[in-house]
Design a protein around this ligand. Structure first.
Ligand code: OXD
Ligand code: MN
Length: 584
């Protein structure tokens, strides 16, 4: 039990509402982990995996109807609709409290309420922030243990302050009709009910570190972004840092943990992971932009993760990891599509049904996950716990575009870079519910995560650009261009380092570029192809701009930008300038 009176009062109020049988205050100790793990195993909520092969690892299945974030049921609840903006679902604040309050009433009867204090950001950093999540799910407690700095450390950090994010989660009946993920940024509050899937219930992640934090960042002069953070070390031992925003399931985790091609490894290049999903960005005393990863673990998509695509991720989740909705093998280990070419002859699938390679269904859900401690990652950066984070040289936007976007280009300046981010698009994937394979505009990959009016968000980006004396350069990448047969042309994975090196060379003023209507393009000779199957002509194709596609693209951009009644003048001007440069 802790002594902060603000925390105590609020926990009492929430307990009066939800009426749990018991309240357990989490301290984050090893003893607590063992006790809760034992309990979850005894009730069947978690399954203990083979402890010889996967020590400390657990397995969990969610309900069949509860396997992804639910954007349609995610709300920003403010007094004024305008503050949520055109891209968020909005609910009137009082109406939302009333509606969810009725659902929470008595929702924890017969259950235990766990009080989880946690820090987003290193415990040693003055920029970190505390949240408290109340939940009736041990699965949530054990995941939050991995994803955040949790327990006594957070209460010590909070001291007697009233500044913490109040998160309430009740699993209730996991009823999709009454599932709500509600954010009250004016009150630093998050209410989530009727789900038990990570993105909806690990409230420190998308709910706090992006939606609430983006709101706070705007007020306090910093940015919360859906970005990985990585460091590229050159053979001299100098490390430069890049952040990158791609929509969900576009390979952020893979890029963050990239293994250099053999030739580069031999030369002494290394890539260090600071974060794979979220970056909190502040202006440092030196006038540069600095990035911190507020999380302590990775909540990665399992399918497709292999020793080929991402060995570092696979090695990270060999111990102390929670696997959700993957396939369970008879020897108590796990498998998923794309892990290797050896599917188990028999197994139990994510729906708890017997499975064989001939079953005709996926063994693991396409959005099945691993929750793994960042400290187990073989390439974790030595700056991971640095209270100031790392200085950012380049910001990279990107997405899956089969045709339009070239492999890489650089924006003309910050303002143009904000326009590039604001018009970013990608094909949808399985990380969110809804249609798969449809192109959707996803500004800065923040469409599902911006906690306020996106017109104001663009404005905030523009204002930040004016305030950063030495801002990062802004780029766009597209690893996903396809040929006539629909096959990816660029090899991707480790070879993406070749593109990152061009980006850094541009940041360091070491290489020229070709001015094009959409931005600065590399000269094909400046991206090293030695050791790939790509020839110079193919690369030239990857860097080409097809006028027909871009004519369509600007039309589609116009329809997208028209949605924002608060679109800053600068973005409108950037759009007009692009059209003019393209001559359309
Ligand atoms: C995620 C997502 O889980 O973006 O990181 O969906
Ligand atoms: Mn994400």
């Amino acid at each position: 039990m802790y002594n902060n009176i603000y925390v105590k009062d609020w926990v009492e109020q929430m307990a009066a509402l939800t009426q749990p049988d018991n309240i357990v205050w989490c301290d984050g100790s090893e003893e607590e982990r063992e006790r809760l793990t034992k309990e979850a195993i005894s009730t069947g909520e978690m399954i203990e995996l083979n402890q010889e092969v996967l020590p400390g690892c657990l397995y969990h299945r969610t309900a069949e109807n509860d396997v992804a974030r639910v954007e349609g049921r995610t709300f920003i609840c403010t007094e004024k609709k305008e503050d949520a903006g055109p891209t968020n679902n909005w609910m009137d604040k009082s109406a939302a409290y009333a509606k969810l309050g009725a659902l929470y009433a008595g929702a924890m009867k017969g259950r235990t309420m766990y009080v989880i204090p946690y820090i987003m950001g290193p415990a040693s950093s003055e920029f970190s922030k505390v949240g408290i999540e109340l939940t009736d799910s041990i699965y949530v407690v054990l995941n939050m243990r991995i994803m955040t700095r949790m327990g006594k450390v957070a209460m010590d950090f909070l001291g007697d302050s009233a500044h913490f994010i109040k998160g309430l989660h009740a699993k209730k009946d996991v009823d999709p009709e009454n599932r709500y993920i509600c954010h009250f940024p004016e009150d630093n509050t998050i209410w989530s009910i009727n789900s038990a899937y990570g993105g909806n219930v690990l409230l420190g992640k998308k709910c706090f570190a992006l939606r609430i934090a983006s709101w706070l960042g705007r007020q306090e002069g910093w940015m919360a972004e859906h970005m990985l953070i990585l460091g590229v070390e050159n053979p001299k031992g100098d490390v430069q840092y890049i952040t990158a925003a791609f929509p969900s399931a576009c390979g952020k985790t893979n890029l963050a943990m990239l293994i250099p091609p053999k030739k580069y490894e031999e030369m002494g290049y290394k890539v260090w992971t600071v974060g794979d999903d979220i970056a909190w960005l502040r202006i440092g005393k030196d006038g540069r932009l600095w990035a911190v990863n507020p999380e302590a673990g990775f909540f990665g998509v399992a399918p497709g993760t292999s020793m080929k695509s991402n060995p570092n991720a696979l090695l990270t989740c060999q111990k102390d990891t929670i696997f959700t909705n993957v396939c369970l093998k008879p020897d108590g280990t796990v498998w998923w599509e794309g892990m290797d070419k050896n599917p188990p002859a028999q197994a139990i699938d994510w729906l708890d049904k017997p499975w064989t390679p001939d079953s005709g269904v996926k063994a693991a859900h396409p959005n099945s996950r691993f929750t793994a401690p960042a400290k187990h990652c073989p390439c974790i950066s030595d700056k991971f716990e640095d209270p100031n984070g790392v200085p950012v040289s380049a910001i990279v936007f990107g997405g899956r575009r089969a045709k339009v976007a070239p492999l890489v280009y650089q924006s003309f300046d910050w303002e143009h870079g904000v326009f590039v981010g604001a018009t970013m698009a990608s094909e949808t994937t399985a990380a969110a519910t809804g249609a798969v394979g449809v192109v959707r505009r996803d500004p800065m990959a923040m469409l599902p995560f911006c906690g306020y009016n996106m017109g104001d968000y663009f404005k905030h980006w523009l204002e930040m650009g004016k305030k950063i004396p030495n801002p990062p350069k802004i780029f766009n990448v597209n690893w996903f261009r396809t040929n006539e047969e629909g096959k990816f042309i660029w090899p991707g994975f480790g070879d993406n380092l070749r593109v990152l090196l061009w980006i850094l060379a541009r940041c360091n003023g070491e290489v020229d570029a070709v001015e094009s209507p959409i931005g600065y393009l590399p000269k094909a000779e400046d991206i090293d192809l030695d050791g790939t199957d790509i020839d110079l002509d193919t690369l030239k194709g990857l860097l080409s701009i097809d006028m027909d596609s871009w004519t369509e693209e600007v039309k589609d951009q116009a329809a997208h930008l028209a949605k924002f009644e608060k679109l800053p003048e600068e973005i409108k001007a950037q759009y007009e300038a692009l059209k003019k440069r393209l001559g359309v």
